[in-house]
Ligand binder design. Structure first.
Ligand SMILES: Cc1cc2nc3c(=O)[nH]c(=O)nc-3n(C[C@H](O)[C@H](O)[C@H](O)COP(=O)(O)O)c2cc1C
Length: 180
């Protein structure tokens, strides 16, 4: 199974990296081809809302979203990994979500329907309800894009760095294994 991880945290050694690492190892151990894209390191401009991408799926902005588009198109599984920032995904990841409008055609049919998606999130709060607004957004977005929401793994109580609880790490590995 070809997988792309859209990694939305600016911290490569933080909690989201820790949890995503466990998930990614679980997939690799089962022989999956996993590519991680550190969104903070690349250049993706905000969607300009012109909709000129709809007819051919080509955005007029010439930036790194071209590569992301290719990786998403080639993958069976897309991982959206992000810390919660103000009850939402990070800006790094939201830029990719907004620019994903180019996966629609002029009739708003999805060009990537049938793919699977998983979300991986961390937050400082102890309440898992903090993830609800983001999970709701992801669910509705995947529905519109014809992508199936194959699972999610979250870690609460992440106030420091590298503090994801073993329980969440185990859930990440189990989720990865369940997808193969
Ligand atoms: C700008 C910003 C906004 C945040 N907003 C929230 C929030 O709304 N709820 C919450 O529980 N934690 C919030 N946090 C805490 C992070 O989600 C949490 O520490 C996360 O594990 C950081 O991930 P990282 O280690 O990958 O950077 C916020 C952190 C930052 C820097």
């Amino acid at each position: 199974m070809k997988t792309v991880i859209l990694f939305g945290s600016p911290r490569k050694d933080g909690n989201t990296a820790q949890l995503t690492g466990a998930f990614s190892r679980g997939l690799k151990e089962k022989g999956c081809d996993v590519r991680t894209i550190y969104l903070n390191d690349i250049n993706i401009r905000p969607c300009q809302g012109c909709l000129t991408c709809l007819p051919k799926g080509i955005c007029k902005i010439n930036d790194d979203m071209k590569d992301i588009r290719k990786y998403i198109t080639e993958s069976d599984l897309i991982i959206y990994a992000t810390p919660v920032y103000w009850f939402a995904p990070s800006s790094q990841l939201k830029l990719v979500i907004d620019r994903s409008i180019s996966f629609f055609d002029t009739e708003y049919n999805s060009r990537i329907k049938g793919k699977k998606a998983v979300t991986i999130m961390t937050c400082a709060d102890e309440s898992s309800d903090t993830f609800s607004p983001s999970k709701d957004m992801f669910r509705r977005t995947f529905d519109l894009l014809g992508i199936s929401y194959a699972g999610s793994v979250e870690a609460t109580g992440c106030t420091g760095k590298g503090v994801v609880k073993d329980e969440s790490m185990e859930k990440a590995v189990k989720l990865a294994e369940s997808l193969i």
